[in-house]
Write a protein that binds this ligand. Structure first.
Ligand code: SF4
Ligand code: SF4
Length: 91
């Protein structure tokens, strides 16, 4: 799944989720200030509103399993296309 996003001043961010590491605690879903994530059928995060991500890093910092990485996608700022930073599907 590609999760591309546009933050403040046109900056865009990708949310990479390592599903094999995620234990579905829901912290990232509950506390993202932009409500970027919703839970999938396993309770793990899906980036439902990636364009709202500001790159604040809250999810990355507070995930107890280091299962989220936020990466700025400068290529998106220029080309306005999909981000290459994919979430990693797993269990
Ligand atoms: S970096 Fe901030 S805005 Fe983006 S998904 Fe994580 S908590 Fe939400
Ligand atoms: S905070 Fe980390 S472990 Fe918890 S649901 Fe989000 S990605 Fe999974």
């Amino acid at each position: 799944m590609t999760a591309a996003a546009r933050g403040k001043r046109g900056r865009r961010f990708g949310q990479t989720i390592f599903y094999d590491w995620c234990k579905a605690c829901g912290i990232c879903i509950a506390f993202c200030p932009q409500q970027v994530f919703r839970a999938n059928d396993q309770g793990k995060p899906l980036a439902a509103r990636p364009e709202k991500c500001t790159g604040c890093g809250f999810c990355e910092i507070h995930c107890p399993d280091f299962a989220i990485t936020i990466v700025e996608c400068p290529e998106l700022r220029r080309k306005e296309k999909s981000c290459d930073h994919d979430s990693l599907e797993g269990s």
